[in-house]
Design a protein around this ligand. Structure first.
Ligand code: SF4
Length: 180
């Protein structure tokens, strides 16, 4: 099953993955799905076994650029397609179990251009620079399991979770600025 297009309504924010620049961060939505594409993908499952790492549902990283890590099978087409390097292979910077990335902090210095740059098939495409997205949709159309949802209007969900959402502005009913 591809990513749930209504995930911000059907899921809860489980964590916040921070960039060390303090400007970029993205939410992680859960609960994850135990029966998505990566659960039955041979390469992914073999890679978990080779590491001796438990396979667990991981949820969705990002809100406007959202990658369902349970669908993601580490194909990497998105990483190569993105013109502004929104994504990186998370394990090339933080080589830890995916579940621990829920509240991790990253510098964003992982591999971000080579689709074959994954550590192995337990790796995931991480939208570490979500706010740099230019909405070209290239990543969405190349992803084999349709694990990616890009939707600029989901900024509202991001801002609501961040506590920066402005209801009046969003309705276009903000009062005119004060003039003296
Ligand atoms: S929509 Fe385009 S710019 Fe945005 S993450 Fe996908 S490939 Fe990158």
């Amino acid at each position: 099953m591809p990513i749930d297009p209504d995930f911000p309504k059907n899921h809860q924010p489980m964590g916040r993955h921070q960039h060390t620049d303090k400007e970029h961060y993205h939410f992680v939505w859960g609960p994850g799905r135990p029966d998505a594409e990566s659960a039955t993908n041979r390469e992914v499952q073999d890679a978990y076994k080779a590491r001796g790492e438990e396979y667990v549902p991981l949820g969705i990283h990002g809100t406007m650029v959202a990658v369902d890590w349970d669908s993601c099978v580490a194909d990497g087409a998105c990483i190569e397609a993105c013109p502004v390097q929104v994504f990186q292979w998370y394990r090339t910077e933080n080589d830890i179990p995916g579940i621990e990335m829920m509240n991790a902090t990253s510098e964003g210095n992982g591999e971000n251009q080579d689709r074959e740059g994954r550590k192995d098939y337990t790796d995931k495409s991480d939208p570490i620079r979500e706010h740099d997205c230019i909405w070209c949709m290239a990543c969405v159309s190349v992803c084999p399991p349709q694990a990616i949802k890009v939707d600029q209007s989901n900024l509202e969900f991001h801002e609501r979770e961040s506590g920066t959402f402005n209801e009046a502005l969003s309705k276009g009913s903000a009062p005119p600025p004060h003039s003296h």
